[in-house]
Design a protein around this ligand. Structure first.
Ligand SMILES: Nc1ncnc2c1ncn2[C@@H]1O[C@H](COP(=O)(O)OP(=O)(O)OP(=O)(O)O)[C@@H](O)[C@H]1O
Ligand SMILES: [Mg+2]
Length: 448
């Protein structure tokens, strides 16, 4: 293959040239963006390895120009940035892949080999080139671990087409955030993004919510009403908790995916629509298909592109970044000075398993910012009592069945606490006589 390397660091140029020459590739080099573009034009390389930071032209610009010269050239970006925007930008403008500095030669080589394979298979990726300049402010997705970087890539690759996307992941991992990123990074960003929580409504209401209804379709349908599909127009409909869709409604969604059309409830007119569907679930749909509670045909239609968000405990090295991000965000929201975090507090956070994932982390940090009067968050400000964990684990009451006496003791104590220790009032509350109360206090050894 013909490989063009554009990088202003001589050491990198030399070592990469040597490496790829030895692998039998024809290697060209350029130190400047301008020079690189000339060579790309005259030499038509198969692959360009491009540093995003160049002395004369921004690497993204170089990427765009190369792709407009010839969109069959594979461009591999080298970047020192971990942030989502650069990555999404690069992928959006047609970068084939990107590698972080310091360069891991095996990773780079693997990526070049992939190109080589793709070329021999004549299986080139054609990626939509978007030259709109508008930049939208996004809800930032934080993360530098491989799986999150992979998700940035998928967002870049899916945002400008209408392929159906299925986002899977535990509760609180950021599924909705990803759906938004896909919508707002795409060309349809000025069209609506409409969300529907499929578990929130009973079946009949859900159908009318999704597809609308005609006047008189059912009792109480006094007026005709547009459904979410109509409201989403050319934009995106986000079907959250898709696993909760009743079986009947699943068939209607399937039909929409196949025919791009539907009718309002009680309506005869067929409505055409070009809405894109993004679905999310925290359930295992494959298992549901096996159990017969989710339609297999719908499952296959939905998962054209699947994005699987790993739980936070499987990407712990993102935790410090997230903590930093949330502490800034929360302090700002609460009009407080930015908070620092002690090493021990951070250790405690990193060690925890986060069953409620990023949402739980955000909540715990919110509490910590409120609780910390000083500007440093200490270990004691991190109160980790996971709601999810409490839900999933048997409560004390389940493991230990209380005796009547235990309950009586608890109840008397509660009564005394409520009335501030006034025995007379406690008797009234408990509807017992004073001598009885005295006896019980003695028996259970209840202290003031
Ligand atoms: N990588 C991330 N970077 C920054 N914020 C994040 C990230 N992931 C999640 N969040 C934040 O965590 C919260 C939960 O995210 P989101 O609502 O997208 O999760 P979800 O997967 O849809 O959860 P659920 O299944 O419970 O609906 C949001 O406030 C979101 O902004
Ligand atoms: Mg959600």
């Amino acid at each position: 293959m013909k490989v063009l390397i554009i990088d202003d660091q001589n050491a990198i140029l030399e070592s990469l040239s040597m490496f790829f020459s030895e692998k039998g590739h024809e290697v060209l080099t350029a130190e400047y963006g301008k020079e690189g573009l000339e060579k790309a034009r005259s030499e038509q390389p198969d692959i360009v390895i491009l540093d995003i930071r160049l002395p004369d032209i921004n690497g993204i610009e170089v990427l765009k120009t190369i792709r407009s010269i010839n969109d069959q050239i594979f461009v591999l970006m080298i970047t020192a940035f971990h942030d989502m925007e650069t990555t999404i930008e690069a992928m959006k403008y047609g970068a084939y892949d990107y590698i972080h500095k310091p360069i891991n030669i095996d990773e780079l080589n693997a990526s070049v080999n992939k190109v080589s394979e793709a070329l021999t298979l004549k299986n080139n990726l054609s990626i939509y080139i978007n030259d709109q300049k508008i930049q939208y402010k996004l809800d930032t997705i934080i993360g530098k671990t491989k799986p999150i970087q992979q998700i940035f890539k998928l967002i870049g690759l899916t945002c400008n087409n209408k392929a159906t996307v299925l986002i899977q992941g535990e509760s609180g991992t950021g599924k909705e955030l990803i759906a938004k990123a896909i919508h707002y990074n795409g060309i349809m960003r000025d069209e609506p993004l409409v969300s529907v929580n499929c578990s929130a409504l009973v079946e009949t209401l859900l159908e009318s919510e999704l597809f609308g209804h005609e006047k008189g379709a059912f009792t109480n349908a006094l007026y005709a009403k547009k459904g979410k599909f109509e409201l989403a127009r050319n934009g995106t409909i986000f079907l959250d908790e898709i696993s909760e869709l009743p079986f009947e409604t699943q068939a209607k969604i399937l039909r929409f995916l196949q025919e791009k059309e539907f009718e309002r409830v009680g309506g005869e007119k067929t409505i055409k629509s070009d809405t894109r569907i993004i679905a999310a679930t925290n359930k295992n749909l494959i298992k549901m298909v096996r159990d017969g509670t989710f339609r297999e045909d719908l499952f296959f239609r939905l998962k054209v592109i699947t994005i699987t968000v790993p739980p936070l405990r499987e990407r712990k090295s993102d935790i410090p970044l997230l903590v930093d991000f949330f502490l800034h965000k929360i302090s700002k929201e609460l009009h407080k000075k930015p908070r620092q975090i002690s090493t021990r507090a951070l250790d405690k956070i990193v060690q925890y398993q986060w069953p409620g994932n990023v949402r739980e982390l955000e909540n715990v940090l919110m509490r910590a910012v409120v609780l910390s009067v000083e500007e440093v968050i200490m270990e004691e400000h991190i109160s980790i009592i996971s709601e999810v964990e409490v839900e999933n684990h048997p409560t004390l009451e389940e493991t230990h069945f209380k005796s009547l006496e235990e309950l009586e003791k608890e109840h008397i104590t509660k009564a005394l606490l409520r009335v501030g220790g006034q025995k007379g009032n406690a008797c009234e509350l408990l509807k017992i006589s004073r001598p009885t109360l005295r006896k019980k206090i003695q028996k259970y050894d209840i202290r003031a």
